[in-house]
Ligand binder design. Structure first.
Ligand code: EPU
Length: 432
């Protein structure tokens, strides 16, 4: 098991380039199964979740290559298998997109229950409700979901909760269905729009992605295409928080500033200086951060995926801050860890009450999930002394070469193996 060792107290400065969006990538890659033609996808983040999906598509019979510069070339013409139940499938939450993609390809899918981060109950009832509305019969048996339909027929689907996964999965299943599907109360996240754009580039007819009503007119066939994934909103937000936390001055490049408005607004409220360019954001810290209150919400609200890093920033702000986590019921596992580093936080159900302290102290801590890991990195960057973060595998699932990028901004970070030997920092195509 690898660990990160961070000696805190360095101000981050310089330029950093953001990689492609993880949560778009993990849907776009399975979506290729909707055609028999070659697709070329650029700007994929070179992260473990993408590598796992490459392996899953190969197991299904596709020919796939992935280069470290983020290009994946997929030829799905030889896919004959509709059963995905390997250990690779069980590793990740987003393997549920294989259900929609395989159903759309051939009307059948058998997929092992998805794994992923432990951040609360992660039901898929809305995905199933959507499939059933399209005429799919769904059975759940011994750890697998089996879905089959003689014919997929478009229908209206009203989502009871706003769900990114259900919105995308219903788009995947309905894009080649007969007739029109309307998703009402759809998720509006940038990656939902990116997946719709990808499907339209393949010849689909999807309108309204990015609003709460999406209309999908079924088409008979989809073709191959060449597509570039959008930048990762959450990785960009993590760097913004890290820059503010170290009172740094960082230009974050290759971003879509509109996607970052909720986080920019909160940082400005805290006293941080934010300058938006066309495709970049400059973040300049301040000497004394002000406390703010945060409620996580679906897009365009404050993203739950940045709640954990943000709570670390608030732990050193002046005064009391209150966070209300409205999306996931168990996304505070990092709080116990940052309290070991001197933070003063009380959790009451979905609310975290944070009393700002002047500084944090380095300590051995463990990541419990991907964004908890990102939060602990931010804590390590701030803290006096050395912070040792274990369970780094969670972080590698979703951040491309995180320590390489932070080192390029002046951070003092090393990766060690379980014998304490230093592992050379991986080079990322995105490190400049
Ligand atoms: N929900 C249901 N029923 C469903 C689906 C969802 O009740 O059938 C509930 C969930 O329990 C949750 C809420 O609806 O309370 C939102 O869940 P959603 O379906 O939107 O989440 P997801 O699609 O499983 C994606 C991201 C998460 C991110 C959430 C919210 C991927 C692979 N994952 O998850 O990202 O937190 O949307 O924005 O896209 C991360 O990147 O660290 C991460 C966890």
């Amino acid at each position: 098991m690898e660990k990160l060792l961070i000696r805190g107290g360095k101000r981050l400065s310089g330029n950093v380039k953001v990689s492609g969006a993880k949560n778009a990538a993990v849907a776009v890659i399975p979506a290729v199964l909707l055609t028999d033609e070659i697709c070329i996808i650029d700007n994929l983040p070179y992260i473990d979740d993408v590598i796992v999906l490459k392996n899953i598509l190969s197991e299904l019979g596709a020919k796939v290559s992935l280069s470290p510069n983020g290009r994946m070339v997929i030829d799905p013409s030889s896919v004959k298998r509709y059963i995905a139940n390997s250990e690779e499938v069980k590793k990740m939450r987003a393997s549920y997109y294989l259900l929609g993609a395989l159903l759309g390809r051939g009307g059948y899918a058998e997929v092992a229950f998805p794994g992923g981060c432990e951040i609360g109950a992660r039901p898929i009832d809305q995905h199933i409700k959507g499939f059933e509305s399209l005429g799919v019969h769904v059975d759940i048996e011994s750890g697998s979901i089996r879905a089959r339909a003689d014919k997929l027929i478009g229908n209206d689907v009203y989502l009871d909760v706003i769900s990114v996964g259900a919105t995308i999965n219903i788009m995947l299943a309905s894009v080649r269905a007969e007739g029109t599907t309307t998703i009402v109360n759809a998720a509006k996240e940038p990656h939902v729009v990116d997946v719709a754009n990808f499907l339209n580039a393949m010849g689909a007819n999807i309108k309204g992605a990015g609003t709460d009503t999406i209309k999908i007119k079924g088409v008979e066939r989809l073709s191959g295409c060449h597509y570039t994934i959008i930048p990762d909103q959450i990785e960009a937000g993590t760097f913004m928080i890290a820059a503010a936390a170290t009172n740094g001055d960082v230009l974050i490049k290759d971003v879509i500033p509109k996607h970052l408005e909720a986080i920019s607004a909160k940082l400005v409220e805290m006293g941080v200086d934010i300058m938006e360019g066309d495709d970049n954001i400059r973040v300049r810290g301040c000497n004394r951060l002000k406390s703010v209150n945060i409620k996580t919400l679906p897009y365009p609200g404050f993203p739950t995926d940045l709640q954990q890093p943000m709570s670390v920033l608030l732990s050193i702000a002046e005064g009391n801050s209150v966070i209300t986590e409205n999306v996931w019921e168990s996304r505070y596992k990092h709080i116990e860890e940052i309290c070991k580093m001197g933070a003063n936080v009380k959790i009451e159900d979905r609310v975290a009450i944070i009393k700002g302290v002047p500084s944090l102290k380095g300590a051995p801590v463990a990541a419990s999930d991907l964004r908890a890991g990102a939060a602990l990195i931010v804590a390590g960057l701030i803290a006096d002394g050395v912070t040792e973060i274990s369970n780094v595998q969670y972080i590698d699932r979703g951040y491309e070469c995180i320590e390489g990028k932070l080192i390029s901004l002046g951070a003092d970070i090393k990766r060690i193996d379980d014998m304490g030997r230093i592992i050379p920092t991986k080079k990322s195509a995105a490190v400049i």
